[in-house]
Design a binder for this molecule. Structure first.
Ligand SMILES: Nc1nc2c(ncn2[C@@H]2O[C@H](COP(=O)(O)OP(=O)(O)OP(=O)(O)O)[C@@H](O)[C@H]2O)c(=O)[nH]1
Length: 319
């Protein structure tokens, strides 16, 4: 019965999301461009780049300004927050990345105390560095790495996880739930004694050349961009569209919807009622003012988006 309902509804789901006239350029604050300059200058001092992406969106175009630097240095792609991504997509993602020339890839969950793949990072990086010429850093005994990635992807958490795993030491980097917390450049954080390995922490840098508005929206959904710059209503609608497209229907039970729906107003209304998020507003009628109870759509959208980000709507890979 349940499956029949879902299949009946599937034909009613949108095939494409209407982004309207949205432009992504104003979603990226100016401090990111400033960070890019700092990062380019720092790149000269590093032996290997740890590029960190959200495992739910693996195929972000590389920033053209870094392509050259990335090409001449060993490079490891860390797909973090794997605990929130769909594990059944792993092999497809790896294949697609391999086809586009990205060979060194690890999936991580930095919040897990003992993540096997976090343990693999130091040996793999040492191997990658030793297998290639180090140019002007040939004499250097220690390894220096740089972590790069968009805001809120887990750069600070990865650094802390590396220290926890290899040095049995605690936090070196501030970790935040809002994008853009890593602002100051912390020079050289030790992550391993043998071999001596250091990291340069950098501000979260957003690639300015996002290939389309949909990539921007996926990044917004995963918390890379401050919500108010994009609009929680449209993020919530894109989330609903994505869950239906990917056939991830756990939201139906969570919010007692009975069956999947592609109508965000309907879904938000039900979420608001379920969570008791209603507000009393005055309405003017022909026979005088009355007070009516309305669903609080903003509070419902907030809950829906947060539930997705925490993994409460299931493990979802958006790409
Ligand atoms: N579920 C999950 N959450 C994670 C993981 N890694 C980091 N987070 C969470 O993601 C949020 C951002 O983590 P940070 O380490 O501050 O990310 P950042 O890239 O340094 O962020 P900026 O400072 O904004 O550039 C925090 O709420 C972390 O707890 C992970 O592997 N899994």
């Amino acid at each position: 019965m349940r499956l029949q309902n879902i299949l009946r509804n599937a034909s009613k789901f949108r095939d494409v999301f209407d982004f309207g006239e949205r432009q992504v350029t104003h979603w990226f604050p100016g401090h990111m461009a400033k960070g890019m300059k700092q990062m380019k200058a720092n790149l000269k001092k590093v032996d290997c780049i740890l590029e960190i992406h959200d495992a739910r969106i693996s195929f972000i175009e590389q920033n053209p300004l870094f392509q050259q630097s990335l090409a001449i240095r060993p490079h490891l792609l860390v797909l973090n927050k794997m605990d929130l991504a769909d594990p059944s997509c792993k092999q497809r993602v790896l294949k697609q990345l391999r086809e586009s020339g990205v060979r060194n890839v690890l999936f991580t969950d930095c919040l897990r105390q003992t993540d096997e793949n976090v343990k693999k990072i130091v040996p793999l990086v040492a191997e990658l560095i030793d297998s290639r010429p180090r140019y002007h850093r040939e004499e250097e005994m220690s390894y220096c790495l740089m972590v790069i990635g968009v805001p809120n992807v887990g750069k600070s958490s990865l650094i802390n996880a590396l220290r926890r795993t290899n040095l049995k030491k605690g936090k070196a980097s501030k970790v935040g739930g809002e994008p853009g917390i890593t602002k100051a450049v912390l020079t050289k954080i030790q992550v391993c004694e043998r071999p001596p390995m250091f990291l340069v922490d950098t501000p979260g840098v957003f690639p300015p050349a996002i290939e389309n508005v949909e990539t921007g929206m996926k990044l917004a959904l995963c918390g890379t961009i401050l919500d108010h710059l994009v609009g929680e209503d449209v993020i919530a609608d894109y989330l609903l569209y994505s869950l239906n497209r990917l056939e991830k229907f756990s939201y139906v039970d969570r919010y007692d919807l009975g069956e999947p729906s592609d109508d965000i107003q309907h879904v938000l209304k039900r979420i608001a009622v379920k969570l008791g998020k209603t507000q009393r507003v005055k309405a003017i009628t022909g026979v005088g003012d009355i007070t009516i109870t309305m669903p609080n759509y903003s509070a419902a959208a907030y809950d829906f988006i947060r539930a997705f980000r925490k993994g409460d709507l299931g493990r979802v890979t958006l790409d």
